[in-house]
Design a protein around this ligand. Sequence first.
Ligand code: GCU
Length: 327
Amino acid sequence: MKKISTILIICISLLILSSSVVFAAQGDVIKMRLGGDQPADAPGEKGHAFFAERIKEETNGQIEITVYPNAVLGDNKELIEQVQAGVLEMSTASMGWLSSFVPVMDVFSVPFLFRDKDHYWKVLDGEVGNEIAAKIEDVGLKLLFWIDAGARSFYNNIRPIETPDDLKGLKIRVMGSPVMIQTMETFGASPTTTSFDEVFSALQTGIIDGAENNSPSINMMKHNEVAKYYSLDEHMMIPDCLIINLDIWNNLTEEQQEIFLKVSKEAQQFVKEEWARQEDEALEEISKTTAINSINDKTSFIEMVKPLHESLSSQFEGFIEKIQAVK
Ligand code: GCU
């Protein structure tokens, strides 16, 4: 099934590619495509649409970006591969998936790394965030802006998670991130990597017992309809971002690059506001089908992953410590 859908995606991509000659001038219009993996109403996807519209306005129609949400061009990993190969100009990218291309990006999957949302944004918007973002240029990509992806919590069909013990033996889906896998193993769960668009059926058929994600993503993908419990432990805050192929970026004029950077700032802010609005609405929706429990005292979870922090510390060029030092 997966093989057939991959072939289909490649065929669709090639069709689109052949009909919209990349970077070829039609008059003076530069056409670009931007792929996403979520439904069009998701905060990040709305951000992509906003970005495309503002770029068109600011360049007086000289640059036209067509947005493809819903993983029609591929899942998150496939999108990154296409942007890296230059067959797709731009896409969304979660750090969880980017870590297969740039291992240092996996620092964002270190559990309980951020103190709170304020800390998360201070890191992303500050020097440390810029330093990490620059790392993706080594693999032929450029990060345009950070996309809020909130905090991730467990949802499953076996029992509510109140302490780390409740995770023992559960088959939990994760992104393609080694640190996510190690974290689940530390909790005694059994991790399995699955693409985002396959989580619904994996939950429905019992291939997995549960997964973990932020509330807007669960709500948008209707995962709550096939999950009994959602337990708000907020163990990870893994941002998404918008990436562009580095050669394509370097081929833009200085003036076009300035417009991209200006519009990127606006789009980041736009998604942040949209996120805040959708997060509460999503929780409300999820509560109609799924029992939600808060975990006010997270000490037992935090204590359990402390040895993991120590063992990972040498892998991330000091970024764990740099992130923690941001006040
Ligand atoms: C979040 C994130 C996506 C990612 C997804 C996943 O929803 O915003 O970019 O693909 O999680 O768990 O795969």
